[in-house]
Ligand binder design. Structure first.
Ligand SMILES: Cc1cc2nc3c(=O)[nH]c(=O)nc-3n(C[C@H](O)[C@H](O)[C@H](O)COP(=O)(O)OP(=O)(O)OC[C@H]3O[C@@H](n4cnc5c(N)ncnc54)[C@H](O)[C@@H]3O)c2cc1C
Length: 303
């Protein structure tokens, strides 16, 4: 799913969205439980010193865009959203790192673990990225009845069987669960204010985030937040999600390339000649690679 900044939908009512299950992965979902506020709440908070007055929608839009462009935060904290989510535990482990939300999670000490584990389809196995130790690099070519898929099914069935056998032998739920795999689904209520939700979405919709959590973030953003907060969402895409940060060093490279007066795009040799002095002696330099990536995407350096 690609984030789309070309359309700004009109707000929909809470009742249209509440308790609607948006499926994610093979057995996960995101559901909107409740929301406090809308675009107007952000505007109202920002205008507290002036009073609401008789503002036009276009003024509201400009104000929201200004606030987001200049990284104002507290007006966006005036709106809150509550979700019910079903997520595999490995994905949830990344999710709960976002400390600025409120969580209540299904307890597998108290209740039986959800009898569902995220399964990988034959065409769903990804290879390890070489450039990024944390990431994956595309899908392996699909094979019918992939041995990895079969091994996963066997492992998950065995883990569930051992879990249920332990329970049947009277072992406490809190101990019986210890060998359930991270692919086991959990459910939780997750409540967060709009500022911190947009921060979560910026990090987790990003291509560097793991694919599985990215699917959840995209669903929350595109199916729910875009509809409830269309002006904030539009500004978020323009000034945060699709924005690019040019560091002081990046700016220096561009200035040197422009001063050389050879026009754009330049070739990579010219880029290397204009690089920051602190990168020159480094054989591998992540910051230089990132700078090159930005300049290529802007069409200033040829690929
Ligand atoms: C692609 C990616 C890779 C990652 N890799 C790793 C990894 O390898 N290992 C790892 O451990 N984590 C990793 N993380 C998790 C990451 O470091 C953050 O913990 C996580 O994204 C939450 O971000 P946050 O702290 O900005 O969000 P939140 O916890 O929601 O906080 C939002 C903001 O509130 C403020 N804040 C929150 N709590 C406090 C506090 N107690 N004190 C002061 N300020 C606070 C901070 O300004 C913070 O930026 C990764 C995240 C991403 C997106």
């Amino acid at each position: 799913m690609a984030a789309d900044s070309s359309t700004t939908s009109t707000p929909v009512s809470l009742d249209d969205l509440r308790w609607k299950k948006f499926p994610v992965l093979d057995d996960g979902f995101v559901t909107l439980v409740d929301v406090m506020g809308n675009d107007a709440s952000v505007v109202q908070a920002a205008r507290v010193s002036y009073g609401e007055g008789t503002r036009k929608v276009s003024d509201d839009r400009q104000l929201i865009r200004y606030l987001l462009r200049h990284a104002h935060t507290t007006p966006f904290e005036m709106a809150e959203v509550k979700f019910l989510v079903r997520v595999p535990m490995d994905c949830w482990r990344q999710w709960v790192r976002h400390r600025t939300a409120n969580i209540n999670e299904y307890s597998t000490r108290y209740s039986l673990a959800i009898d569902s584990m995220q399964a990988t389809q034959d065409d769903g196995w990804r290879s390890q990225a070489t450039s990024n130790r944390q990431g994956s690099a595309g899908f392996l070519s699909p094979t019918n009845g992939h041995p990895l898929t079969q091994a996963e099914q066997e492992l998950q069935s065995l883990a569930r069987r051992v879990y249920e056998e332990r329970l049947a032998s009277g072992i406490a739920r809190e101990q019986a669960r210890k060998d359930l795999p991270l692919s086991t689904y959990t459910e939780a209520y997750w409540k967060v204010d709009l500022h911190n939700l947009l921060h979560f979405l910026a990090l987790r919709m990003d291509s560097h985030a793991q694919l599985e959590i990215r699917r959840y973030a995209e669903t929350i953003g595109q199916e729910i937040i875009a509809k409830l907060f269309p002006l904030c969402w539009e500004a978020f895409l323009d000034y945060r999600f699709h924005a690019m940060r040019l560091t002081h060093l990046d700016q220096g490279v561009i200035q040197r390339l422009a001063a050389a007066g050879k026009g754009f795009p330049v070739d990579q040799q010219a880029f290397m000649a204009a690089q920051d002095a602190s990168w020159t002696n480094l054989e591998r330099c992540r910051e230089r690679d990132e700078c090159l990536g930005k300049l290529v995407s802007l069409g200033l350096v040829a690929e």
